[in-house]
Design a protein around this ligand. Structure first.
Ligand code: ATP
Ligand code: MG
Ligand code: MG
Length: 554
C-alpha cells in the first residue's frame, strides 16, 4: 500500500496489488528526451514515478533517455537531466537506460512486423501521407505500397538501413487499419530515414524509430509495469497497446495518463524555454528566472520544497493551471524552518552615531534561526557608522509610518536604540546620511527605564560590510498564461522588469561564507542565496529566492 497521499494512479495500483497482480513488484520509468533541461513539470513526473517506486515493496524506477531524435539531443542535456534527478533526491542507481541502446532490438522488432505482414515500406511523401490519412469522419486512402510483398519490404527496409536512400524517400509504416476511427491506427510511421549523427550511436544508423514505436517497446524491454505519461499521449494509447501486443509477451506494460503541470506566469515547454535561451531573453537554461530545475536550484530553492510542492499539487486526470504562488508558499514553508537568518541592506542609507566612540566597535550576539534552537548564534560587528534600509527612514512620515524619522527613536536589531538627530542631503536634495545618537543603556535591545520604540530595523556595520550585487527577480511573464497566445508570440508577454540588479548592497560579514544555492533569510527582506555562477571573490552576487510575504490564499 502507498503511504503518501493517494491519487487515482496509486488507487489503481493498490487495487491491482490487492487482486494479486504484480507479484514481483512495480517498475516505473521517467523517460525524458535529452533535448533540453528539465522543468518543474518534469519534477512532477519524477516525483510520481520515483515516488511510486519508493512507496511500494520491491519496486524500482528507471531513468530512461528517450533519445530517438538525433540533431536536437546532446550530452549536455543528458548530464543536466542526471544531475537534476539526483538533486531532487532520487537515485536511479544503475537503472539508467537509453532508448538508443535498444536500436538493434527495435530494428529486429520492425523486421518482425514486416515478416508478419504487419508493416510495409511506403514511398509516399510526408505531405501525401498526411493528405491520405482521412479525417474523423472520412476513412483514409490506402497507400499504393500497402500490399507490397513482405520480401520486397524486407529488402527495401534493409537498404534503408544500409543508407541507399536519401531522407524522406521511404518510411516504414505499420499496416493496421486505414479506416480505423482511431486516427493513430491508420498505418502510422515507425521508422524514418535521417542521415544525421546521434550523440551516442554516431553514424551507425541513418534510420531512426518513431517515438510511438520506440516508447512502448522500450517500456516492454525494461519490464516496465506502469508507463505513466501526460494526457497528450492518451490518443495514442491504442497504438501503444498494438505494438506491445504484436511484439511482446505478457505481462505487458500499461500506459496511464495524468494531467501535466501548468504554472501561472511561465511556460513549461522545452521548445519555448529553448527559445528563451537561444534568443537571449534569459542568460541560459539555469537563469534563476527560468522554471527549469537548474534555474530553480540556482535561485536557492531547496529540493525538499520542490518535492513538497509536487505533493501539494497532487496527481489528477484533468488539466489545470497551478498558481505559482503555491510554489512560492512551499519554498517559504521550508526555508522558514531551515534558512539561517542574516542581516543585509539592499538599498543602503548611511547612519552615523555621533555619540559612539570613533574607531571603536563591538560584537553583538545574533540568533541564527528562531525556528530552530539548534542553529545557535553568531557575532555581528557593530560600529559608529552603519547602513540601514533607505525606506526605513522618512523625513516627513505619514501617520502609519513607525520607523525612523527626525527626532524619533527606533531599535537596531540585537544592538541599541538610536534616535535621528539630523538629516544630511546632497546638492540636489537627496538624503545621503542620517546623524543619530544611541543610548548605551539599551544594549541588547531594551531600555532599563521601560520606554518603548515602535520599530526594529536591520543594519550592517559600514566598516565591516561586504559589498555585493543583489538580484531581485519578478515573474518572467506579465500574462497569467503566456501559452494562451491569442495569436501573438509568447515572448511578447515577457516581463521587461523580471530582473532588477542592485549594487552596492551591504551584507554582514558572515555571508562571505555562503555556499552557492543555499538560501538565507535576509531579515525583513526575503530569502536569498549566493549565485553559483556570476560571483567573484571581490563581487559576491546574491539571488532573491522569494520575498517573505505570502500571497498564496488557501
Ligand atoms: P515539453 O512538452 O516541455 O517539451 P516533453 O513532454 O517533450 O516536454 P519529455 O522529455 O518527453 O518532455 O518528458 C519526459 C516526461 O516528463 C514525460 O513522461 C512527460 O509526460 C513528462 N512531462 C513533461 N512535461 C510535463 C509537465 N508539464 N507536467 C508533468 N509531466 C510532464
Ligand atoms: Mg518530448
Ligand atoms: Mg511534450
Amino acid at each position: 500500500m502507498s503511504e503518501k497521499n493517494t491519487d487515482f494512479i496509486r488507487r489503481i495500483i493498490d487495487e491491482d496489488l490487492a487482486a494479486g497482480k504484480y507479484p514481483d513488484g512495480l517498475v516505473t520509468r521517467f523517460p525524458p528526451e535529452p533535448n533540453g533541461y528539465l522543468h518543474v513539470g518534469h519534477a512532477k513526473s519524477i516525483c510520481l514515478n520515483f515516488g511510486i517506486a519508493e512507496a511500494y515493496a520491491n519496486s524500482v524506477c528507471n531513468l530512461r533517455f528517450d533519445d530517438t531524435n538525433p540533431g536536437k539531443e546532446n550530452v549536455e542535456y543528458v548530464d543536466s537531466i542526471r544531475e537534476d534527478v539526483k538533486w531532487l533526491g532520487f537515485d536511479p542507481g544503475d537503472r539508467v537506460y537509453f532508448a538508443s541502446d535498444y536500436f538493434e532490438r527495435l530494428y529486429a522488432f520492425a523486421e518482425q512486423l514486416i515478416k508478419d505482414g504487419k508493416a510495409y515500406v511506403c514511398g509516399l511523401s510526408a505531405d501525401d501521407i498526411r493528405r491520405t490519412r482521412g479525417t474523423l469522419t472520412e476513412p483514409g486512402t490506402p497507400s499504393p505500397d500497402r500490399n507490397r510483398p513482405a520480401e520486397e519490404n524486407l529488402d527495401l527496409f534493409r537498404r534503408m538501413r544500409a543508407g541507399e536512400f536519401a531522407d524522406g524517400t521511404y518510411i516504414l509504416r505499420a499496416k493496421i487499419d486505414m479506416a480505423s476511427p482511431t486516427l493513430c491506427l491508420r498505418d502510422p510511421a515507425i521508422y524514418r530515414i535521417r542521415h544525421e549523427s546521434h550523440h551516442r550511436t554516431g553514424d551507425k544508423w541513418c534510420i531512426y524509430p518513431m517515438y510511438d514505436f520506440a516508447h512502448p517497446l522500450s517500456d516492454a524491454i525494461e519490464g516496465v509495469t506502469h508507463s505513466l505519461c501526460t494526457l497528450e499521449f492518451a490518443n495514442n494509447r491504442p497504438l501503444y497497446d498494438w505494438f506491445v501486443e504484436q511484439l511482446t509477451d505478457p505481462p505487458r506494460p500499461k500506459q496511464t495518463e495524468f494531467a501535466r503541470l501548468n504554472l501561472t506566469y511561465t511556460v513549461l515547454s522545452k521548445r519555448k524555454l529553448s527559445r528563451l535561451v537561444s534568443e537571449g531573453f534569459v542568460s541560459g537554461w539555469d537563469d534563476p528566472r527560468m522554471p527549469t530545475i537548474a534555474g530553480i536550484r540556482r535561485r536557492g530553492v531547496p529540493p525538499g520544497a520542490l518535492r513538497n510542492f509536487c505533493d501539494l499539487i497532487g496527481i489528477a486526470k484533468k488539466e489545470s493551471l497551478v498558481d505559482v504562488a503555491l510554489l512560492e508558499y512551499a519554498v517559504r514553508e521550508q526555508l522558514n524552518k531551515t534558512a539561517p537568518r542574516r542581516m543585509a541592506v539592499i538599498h543602503p542609507l548611511k547612519v552615523v552615531i555621533e555619540n559612539y566612540p570613533e574607531g571603536e566597535g563591538e560584537e553583538m550576539t545574533a540568533v541564527n534561526n528562531p525556528e530552530d534552537p539548534d542553529a545557535g548564534t553568531r557575532m555581528v560587528p557593530f560600529s559608529r557608522e552603519l547602513y540601514i534600509e533607505a525606506d526605513d527612514f522618512m523625513e516627513e512620515p505619514p501617520k502609519k509610518f513607525f520607523r525612523l524619522a527626525p527626532g524619533r527613536e527606533v531599535r537596531l536589531r540585537y544592538a541599541y536604540f538610536i534616535k535621528c538627530e539630523s538629516v544630511i542631503k546632497d546638492a540636489s536634495g537627496n538624503i545621503v546620511e542620517l546623524r543619530c545618537t544611541y543610548d548605551p543603556a539599551t544594549r541588547g535591545g531594551d531600555a532599563p527605564d521601560g520606554r518603548k520604540v515602535k520599530a526594529t530595523l536591520h543594519w550592517v556595520s559600514a566598516r565591516h560590510a561586504v559589498a555585493a550585487e543583489v538580484r531581485l527577480y519578478d515573474r518572467l511573464f506579465l500574462k497569467e498564461n503566456p501559452s494562451d497566445d491569442e495569436g501573438r508570440d509568447f515572448t511578447e508577454f515577457l516581463n521587461p522588469d523580471s530582473l532588477q540588479p542592485l549594487f552596492p548592497c551591504f551584507l554582514e560579514p558572515a555571508l562571505t561564507q555562503a555556499a552557492p544555492c543555499r538560501a538565507f533569510q535576509f531579515e525583513r527582506l526575503g530569502y536569498f542565496c549566493a549565485d553559483a555562477k556570476d560571483a567573484t571573490p571581490d563581487r559576491p552576487v546574491f539571488n532573491r529566492t522569494v520575498t517573505l510575504r505570502d500571497t498564496w490564499a488557501r
